[in-house]
Design a protein around this ligand. Sequence first.
Ligand code: BDR
Ligand code: CA
Length: 317
Amino acid sequence: VMKIILDLDTGIDDALALSYALGDPMAEVIGVTCTYGNVFREQALENTETLLKALGRTDIPIYAGPAHPLTRTDFAPTAMCRVVHGEQGFGQARIEPDPDLVQPQPAVEFILEAARRHGSELTLLTAGPLTTLAEVLRRNPNFKNEIGRVVCMAGALTVAGNETPFAEANVRVDPEAAAEVFTSGLPLVLVGLDVTLKTLYDQAHIDHLRALKTPAADLVGGLMQFYLDYYKTDKRRLAGCPLHDPLAAVAALHPDLITTMPVNLKVELEETAGRGRTVADLTRLNDPQKDHQMAIDADVPRFLELFTHALERSLGN
Ligand code: BDR
Ligand code: CA
């Protein structure tokens, strides 16, 4: 069993990643940290609490992370996020206002303390912008020697972006944070659009889970339906909705699910169309030291099996 913290900008696929982790017997979720991204941070906190209550998991503590990117304070969710995840990030679900499961301790301190306490037994999964992780590294440059593994849903190396033609949303929303994290020497496993566009859920998968007919399955099934309905209109014409954050979560707990390529990543920071694009650092091509493992393939049938079984468990009662 692995201890895991999920750092979420709780929109729909973030909620699916958390629902999955709570149903996987391999995982012990020790806390959820919430940040801005798909929605404002306050909304991410409310959405997370709504989900945990529906799942009957009010034992899981929630912590508030950063509310805006490192270098600006004027954050607002993009039009794209509002269409894909809904105005409140949770499709048409009714959200619990004023979350009371939120702990007074800030997310960054919780993560630092957990890494100190659990060391190599702890995995951190980031499924939102890299701001929280950048702040963690600013506070403790030795974090890389304390934490077990860090897995990030971030980036796109061989495929087009989703937020812009070049950039994946989690990197695009705070490229400076991604750049700090990528140059920190912290070893990372990156699960980006190169693989998450291959792990699709379709109507039959969703109907199967909705048939559980519990309040949790109603909530999560409704989120999935909203998300799938958007993807029916998406220009990529995928055969379902891409499970970005869930794939990163499953790969965090089952490392052999993905095939990775060693690389040193870089982020384009210039205010051009390419801002937020992840590329290989050409100056380090011959550097034997590779800090990043970028996912280039995934065992899709096994992913679907692990994900669906865990959801049956967490939504089933
Ligand atoms: C990522 O961006 C967010 O909209 C999703 O929740 C996911 O983390 C995909 O690019
Ligand atoms: Ca996310």
